[in-house]
Design a protein. Structure first.
Length: 281
């Protein structure tokens, strides 16, 4: 049964979505390249590397060697890393002078970004901000739609939309997320809080109290319910609904949030719809 999405493993990096499919037998294409001839990719989504995790990987490499080659792209005077920067950094720490590489000369800059992003998503979790920035760069730099990007890297469109949305968080909250103190689930819930100060305080509460994503969802839901049940607001909303219903001659529902909302106008038939459209025009 064919696997889909991020569950494919590293072979997903070579599917038809990213690269033209090659023959499975690629052992003869592994090259030993001097570490000093290899340079990191400036488009690497991961901006911070856990030094403790790198030390552990370096110790493993000292004992067992580099078990999986990294993927590089040949440049004029060096090889640029497409996937495997963590292994390269750990190999340097371990004192290796060369490491196994697979050279991919047909990788475009866009492919390069896609593969680097997927590798990070599959291996060690990116912090949610670096993940969101990586996705947004692919959309902005190459004019991709969220659907095109979703099809290309095997993430749902809604996942991409929700990830990119967290870049609207207050800068202080973004910094906390980059430090690994907030999960992506926390960030997705915090972005619903529009007031920056409330949002930041909620983020600090999450960290101080160790609140789970479920706890935050429950709090936000309760806050919305309490705002909705405010007697003064309810009276204002009813007056607005009554005004609309008097004008359109049909039931109108006001779904009001703090700064935005929806006006739902009901109609009973196509004739009724045409009548309402006539009133609007």
């Amino acid at each position: 049964m064919k696997k889909t999405g991020l569950g494919k493993g590293l072979d997903a990096l070579f599917t038809e979505n990213l690269l033209q499919k090659e023959e499975e037998n690629s052992f003869d294409k592994i090259h030993k390249i001097k570490i000093i001839e290899i340079e990191p990719n400036n488009d690497q989504p991961r901006k911070k590397f856990d030094e403790e995790a790198l030390d552990e990987l370096a110790n493993s490499i000292k004992t067992y060697g580099v078990l999986q080659p990294i993927i590089v792209n040949k440049k004029d005077s060096y090889y640029e890393i497409v996937a495997g920067e963590r292994r390269w950094r750990a190999a340097k720490k371990a004192g290796l002078t060369e490491m196994p590489c697979i050279i991919k000369d047909d990788i475009t800059q866009r492919n390069n970004k896609e593969i680097a992003l997927i590798e990070n998503l599959q291996r060690v979790d990116l912090n949610p901000i670096d993940k969101a920035k990586g996705l947004k760069e692919l959309i902005d730099d190459y004019g991709m739609t969220q659907k095109e990007l979703a099809d290309s890297i095997g993430i749902s469109r809604s996942n991409i939309a929700n990830s990119v949305r967290i870049l609207n968080l207050d800068p202080r909250v973004i910094e906390l997320a980059q430090e690994g103190k907030l999960t992506e689930g926390h960030c997705r819930n915090l972005v619903v809080i529009e007031d920056p100060e409330r949002q930041y305080k909620a983020a600090l509460n999450i960290i101080e109290r160790g609140e789970s994503v479920r706890d935050i969802e429950r709090k936000i839901k309760n806050t919305k319910v309490s705002e909705k049940n405010n007697p003064k607001l309810e009276a204002i909303y009813r007056d607005i609904e009554d005004s609309f219903q008097g004008f359109f001659g049909t039931k109108v529902k006001l779904d009001a949030k703090k700064k935005s909302g929806k006006i739902i106008i009901q109609y009973s038939s196509y004739d009724d719809l045409e009548r309402i459209l006539g009133l609007i025009k």
